[in-house]
Design a protein around this ligand. Structure first.
Ligand code: NAP
Length: 239
């Protein structure tokens, strides 16, 4: 079995996911670029490889089965050390609770929550073979109910789909941490801050590299690191 650390990043063809892949690649890791579109995936892999990263493409739409992605990793490495569940969608507007099409909520949850469960569970057998498995779920401060309700924090547009999907993801991640508490798998939530990407029409004020930093930190936690936590660059994010 290869000694090189192996990671998979979902939604790694652009934005923060791409920079997470680049950052993990810069550590000398082998990085799977999980992406649904072949052209975008291969372009990202080529760019990462040109930058010196040991990147490879992993065809993966998180709304579908992740078994082929797991089989690819199994055949290539026989294990997975780090999974970063980064892929997400906003669902567009309107999504105020009184206006939202319920189908919009369903679509967003399918990607942002159920997609994470599907990919994580497909990768568990491979992760259990790692000496120090880590799972990082990319969340957001808009998923913090404390920040949504304390009246002092700008949580952006009111939404019944995207922000709530991140609260749901936070809740699911806590349940994973509880179930996996007697294993060596550390699973945590990372918040990248407000980052200029396609997700928000590039209105964010942080760079994708800055947004990637928390994921890289949680991907490289020591064995006695936290699990079931919610973190950004400043530390713990309130639930
Ligand atoms: P982005 O630029 O829109 O990139 C999203 C990525 O997810 C793309 O690679 C996209 O692939 C992929 N994706 C979407 N649906 C997918 C599916 N069904 N299967 C596979 N891949 C899929 O977004 P971003 O800003 O980098 O966001 C990355 C993460 O950070 C997300 O979890 C987001 O919620 C979180 N976040 C972002 C911000 C921010 O300010 N940007 C703030 C807080 C949290 P395609 O190219 O194929 O669409």
């Amino acid at each position: 079995m290869s000694e090189q650390t192996v990671a998979l990043v979902t939604g790694a063809n652009k934005g923060i996911g791409y920079e997470i892949a680049a950052g993990l690649g810069a550590l000398g890791w082998s990085v799977g670029v999980g992406a649904r579109d072949e052209e975008r995936r291969e372009a990202a892999v080529a760019k990462l490889r040109a930058g010196g990263a040991d990147a490879f493409g992993v065809p993966l739409d998180v709304t579908g089965a992740a078994t082929a992605a797991a089989a690819l990793l199994e055949e290539r490495y026989g294990r997975l050390d780090v999974l970063v569940n980064n892929a997400a969608i906003t669902g567009g507007m309107p999504q105020e609770p009184t206006l939202v099409d319920p189908g919009t909520i369903r679509t967003v949850v399918e990607t942002n929550v159920i997609g994470v469960v599907r990919v994580t569970n497909a990768m568990l057998t491979l992760l259990r073979r790692s000496r120090s498995p880590r799972i990082v779920n990319m969340s957001s401060t808009v998923g913090s109910l404390t920040r949504q309700t304390d009246g002092t924090f700008d949580t952006g547009p009111i939404g019944a789909a995207y922000p709530t999907s991140k609260s749901f993801l936070n809740a699911v991640t806590v349940q994973y941490a509880k179930e996996l508490s007697d294993t060596n798998i550390l699973i945590n939530l990372g918040c990248p801050g407000y980052v200029a990407t396609d997700l928000n029409g590039h209105r964010g004020y942080r760079t994708p590299q800055q947004g990637a930093a928390i994921a890289i930190r949680l991907a490289t936690l020591p064995d006695d690191g936290p699990t079931g936590g919610f973190f950004d660059d400043d530390g713990v994010v309130p639930w």
